[in-house]
Design a protein around this ligand. Structure first.
Ligand code: HEM
Length: 318
């Protein structure tokens, strides 16, 4: 094996050239000729699903993030386990990914297979659906390059340590994003995704009795909300209690008021490396939207497979 012997700078150069090469094969209108209904089918599917199940947008955004962070945006998180392989989605941290997000992908894939069989990858569907759902709940629109392929390898054993958890230190979270090429500012902007969706009591229960980061009235409301946990492990609370269903910058405004939900949310406000960006985005929603959109564009091409490195899967799950 020659690669490990190469100097790090040369390695970085090789990897960034490979990434550019992969991106060169992508385009915004990749399906214009082969599946002209692509955008309409995605739009119709996400609109129907989000209206029927308003938790879909947040669930899909988290699903996309978890797919991309682990070896790239290649739809490997959508694969089901088999008797011979325990897939990513069965790793502990992914068990809380909501069924509605997977269902959305099944619906979109089925509709696209009917219109343009064997043409559109699940990875492109997930990237475009996420973008459209973010816009639908009030967030910024951003261009998504298309032409990613799906990847067949999906192992639950590769997940641990590659996705951030709420109990990680801020240094570990910063390092995790940095190892994928994301700056501290990009990480803080992406974390603004917690302006929608919810977290299960399991994720914050142990802090709400004695952690001074919480506003005392908020802490007692959380104690009430989670009183029946762990008897009822489905109990959960909105990530942004001020405007839970709207994509806005209130998530950042909440943090200095002690209205953050997760330990990692408080961490963003407490750490001197991240706090300036929390303050910036709390003051300026336009800046948050611009930076979130740019970071999502960057995330959406992270580690993608093109050409023969991937395939167009026939079904979402196999
Ligand atoms: C910075 C480190 C991060 C940590 C430690 C973290 C951790 C978590 C945790 C523990 C939950 C609760 C899951 C549950 O109980 O169901 C959650 C929810 C969520 N996360 Fe993150 N997250 C991080 C960054 C991100 C990023 C970068 C995105 C997207 C770009 C994101 C999107 C979401 C969304 C949308 C939800 C709500 C999911 C739902 O309602 O189903 N998170 N996150």
């Amino acid at each position: 094996m020659v690669l490990p012997l190469l100097p790090p700078l040369l390695l970085a150069l090789i990897f960034s050239s490979l990434a550019l090469l992969a991106q060169a094969r992508l385009s915004y209108d990749y399906y214009a000729k082969t599946c002209p209904q692509f955008n309409k089918i995605i739009q119709d599917t996400i609109t129907n699903k989000q209206i029927a199940s308003p938790t879909t947008a947040a669930g899909t955004l988290r699903l996309f993030f978890h797919d991309c962070m682990l070896n790239g945006c290649d739809a490997s998180v959508l694969l089901s386990s088999t008797p011979f392989n325990s897939a990513e989605r069965d790793a502990d941290i992914n068990l809380s990914l909501p069924g509605d997000a997977f269902d959305l992908l099944t619906r979109a894939k089925t509709a696209l297979e009917l219109s343009c069989p064997g043409t559109v990858s699940c990875a492109d569907i997930l990237a475009a659906a996420t973008r459209d759902l973010v816009t639908m709940v009030g967030g910024p629109y951003y261009g998504v390059l298309l032409g990613r392929k799906d990847y067949r390898v999906s192992k639950s054993s590769s997940v641990a340590g590659n996705l951030p958890t709420s109990t990680m230190s801020m240094s570990t979270i910063i390092d995790l994003f940095a190892s994928r090429g994301f700056s501290v500012q990009e990480m803080v902007a992406l974390s603004g995704a917690h302006t929608i969706g919810f977290s299960h009591c399991k994720e914050f229960k142990s802090y709400i009795y004695n952690d001074t980061n919480y506003n005392p009235r908020f802490a007692s409301a959380l104690q009430n909300a989670c009183a029946n946990y762990p008897k009822d492990p489905t109990l959960s609370v909105f990530n942004d209690i001020m405007s839970p269903n709207k994509f806005d910058n209130l998530y950042y405004q909440n943090l200095p008021k002690g209205l953050g939900l997760l330990k990692s949310d408080h961490g963003l406000n407490n750490d001197p490396r991240t706090r300036p960006f929390v303050e910036l985005y709390a003051r300026d929603q336009n800046k948050f939207f611009q930076d979130f959109a740019k970071a999502m564009q960057k995330l959406s091409v992270y580690g993608i497979k093109t050409g023969r490195r991937g395939e167009i899967r026939r079904r979402r799950i196999s």
